[in-house]
Design a protein around this ligand. Sequence first.
Ligand code: SF4
Length: 560
Amino acid sequence: MKVELRQAEDQAEDEPPDQPAPDRLVPDQLVLESFFLSNDYGRDKKSVYVRDKNSGYGRGVTTSRQEREGYGRSGKPKSVPKSVPKSIMESFFGGVTAEDWNDGSWQLKNRLTTLDELTRLLSLTPHQALRHRRLLEYFHYSITPYYLSLIDWSDPRDPIRKQCIPDMKELELRVVGDNDPLEEEEDMQAPGLVHRYPDRVLAVVTNMCAMYCRHCTRKRIWHEGETFRSRTELLAMADYVRRTPEVREVVVSGGDPLTMNPELLDWFLGELSSIPHVEVLRIGTRVPVVMPMGITDELARMLARHRPLWINTQFNHPNEITPESAEACDRLLRVGIPVSNQSVLLKGINDCVDVMKALCHALQRIMVRPYYLYQCDPVRGVEHFRTSIWKGIEIMEMMRGYTGGLCIPTFVVDAPGGGGKIPLQPFYLLSASDKYATLRNYEGMIIKYYNPTDGGSAAASSGGSATASSGGLSAASSGGSAAASGGGSAADVGGRTRAASSSRTSIDAAGGCASIDAGGRAPAGADKLRCLSYVKKTRVPDGTPRAARRNHKGGATPRV
Ligand code: SF4
């Protein structure tokens, strides 16, 4: 992204005068080459890459907030009219005490939600206000004071602003896409309870959120206002889970479950935890991002009582990682609740490798694991946020290998029609035969890789070569089976006789799928039977996708 830095013609009068200094950036001679290289929020340091227009000489520059004064994130000079942002915050929340500001209930109570507030916020003309009234009839809005305070009003493309302020494009594009592209309603077994995948269900317990993300996949439930499932409805969900022994994980989502009455949430989580076959609970919430003061020690302790419980949140841009949001995540982590992140790939917000890398690095610093990067769903009123899938793959390509695997999310498309999540990534496996695979590394290096034969299937698929039929496992292939079977003894790896018997063990433990998938062939004899019965048990049956899923009754997209 090239953005010319130019002199601020309309620089606010109250900005400090330009003080030339030897190492000070001179706006009209510099070009901002990239978004930024790093952003250390804790220490208020930001690195950008700048190039001198005349000499062409470029360098990375680390600046403090003070040094950056006068320059917006987009590289344009900050020309902040006197009315924003301070007076906006003052006019809406003037006189608020620090105690109130840091109180989640105060934040909830003081959200901006009305057309009047939006008119004041955006200084809408009467005509614009009329159009926004129509927009709000379709898609309401709500912004917490905290999230509002993160907006850089000098930047019309501010990523926080885009996520929370209603945009007329939502109205213009409301006929594009679907209300429910993931067909969650089709798989509902009780009001709010979606069962799609074999071993997990999704409980939509409310349609209320602290802030309504303009790109939300569940915009369809906004028209119901702000409601919560009653205790009776929650009980009906828990009853369904109790009657369905294959469910081992319940994803509690909404809306945002952390906007619920904590006592009711505590009770519901308790009901779910008391079901013997429910092993894990998961909560999808954006409260740590949009209202971090809502994560209190008390709430964290309550959630911790229902461990194993995982929290998935949704940071989409590094500007959302603030001391407050880091503290909220830390509160959860300190009581033993792992926090993962599910970003949505959003045009003009994070569809850039620099931004995504900065986000994932910042997440790793605050101990939040980047988990998924979702392709934005084809939802009505969201089309303007959608990128091509190539953008996501390109971001993955530019991250894999260039930064640590722990801060690389999986890029997934949630298939329309209820097809579930499909991971996408660049092509690293170029071709493969039984013996060799041709691989590409992140730098484009092409590598011929010897492909060892897998366990018992080697005997069947190789037509019984002396080595394979007598032993079943070579030293190389036994490594994999040892890991799969959990055996891993020296005899497994080195001893042929022992290996022959352990090959069966490995099929039992790993389900034999590796044998089938690796060569595309099932093994022979008894092993074949074992493998096929395993596949029958675990694979979604053939047939139409819809029917298959219905028969299988799976869970749904864990989206906050
Ligand atoms: S994305 Fe999640 S937090 Fe945002 S509006 Fe939708 S349900 Fe609420």
